[in-house]
Design a protein around this ligand. Structure first.
Ligand SMILES: [Zn+2]
Length: 264
């Protein structure tokens, strides 16, 4: 083939590539992509990371166990047509607590589940716990999420059920239901062996996924107060003081059916 022939072929190839790119662009849906539209967003947080190892035992670190479990949860939920996930860290990096919350909030997550491993000075202590910020109201759905996660987690792992615990934490700064699951004690020798075992991590992940699915099913008949009262618009917040007789949003949450708050 002569030089002119090569140029002609090159021009045809370039035109074909341009056409494919152009019509491919036209097929792009507007707004949210078809793969994410309508899906519920679940924020998954692998506790600690980077310079912050969390609890340790010898060379074993909590941050690595948390990360492995979150990866398994994420992979189990990937096949769910109703759910998509967002993680607060995708590598071994330190992420401040405020940043973790911001990622979930900005992403529009419906729930926030933080995964941690526990430690204690006495090595005989073992089992699973779920933590809720102590300032959450009795009507806050975080309690329901915690109850479902705790039950599912203790059932799937067979670990000692240490119940739901409360303390004041950074999780009070989320508008979405938020909990921390403490999936076991790294300071208990036999539980540490299990926490490092991939098959046991699978059981933990399966339990968390069951709890998340149960909560999202419950949520269908118990929607957030904000979606139940669409009349409350952001513009009211900037309106003159004459609107102060408007019922505060907080009072509407009291009408939400109260979940069973655990006994101390
Ligand atoms: Zn931790």
């Amino acid at each position: 083939m002569n030089k002119r022939g090569y140029i002609a072929i090159a021009v045809i190839v370039l035109l074909a590539a341009a056409a494919v790119a152009y019509f491919g662009f036209l097929r792009q849906p507007a707004g949210p992509s078809a793969s994410t539209k309508g899906k519920i967003l679940v924020a998954l947080d692998a506790g600690h990371g980077g310079k912050d190892p969390g609890a340790t035992s010898g060379d074993y670190t909590e941050k690595a166990i948390n990360f492995a479990i979150v990866k398994k949860i994420q992979s189990l939920l990937a096949s769910d047509p109703q759910i998509r996930t967002i993680t607060t860290r995708s590598v071994d990096v330190f992420v401040p607590l405020e940043e973790r919350i911001r990622i979930a909030q900005d992403g529009g997550a419906s729930i926030y589940v933080s995964v941690h491993v526990n430690s204690f000075t006495q090595s005989d202590v073992s089992g699973v716990e779920t933590w809720v910020d102590t300032t959450r109201k009795d009507s806050d759905p975080s309690w329901t999420l915690a109850a479902m996660l705790q039950d599912a987690l203790s059932l799937s792992t067979g670990a000692r059920n240490r119940g739901i615990r409360t303390q004041e934490s950074y999780l009070q700064r989320t508008s979405m239901p938020a909990v921390t699951v403490e999936v076991g004690y790294i300071t208990n020798p036999s539980e540490r062996t299990q926490l490092l075992d991939g098959l046991y991590q699978d059981k933990i992940a399966a339990g968390v996924v069951t709890g998340i699915r149960q909560f999202l099913a419950w949520r269908v008949t118990n929607p957030p107060a904000s979606s139940a009262t669409p009349a409350t618009t952001p513009t009211k917040a900037t309106a003159p003081s004459t609107t102060k007789t408007t019922t505060p949003a907080t009072s509407t949450t009291k009408t939400t059916p109260t979940s069973a708050k655990p006994k101390p």
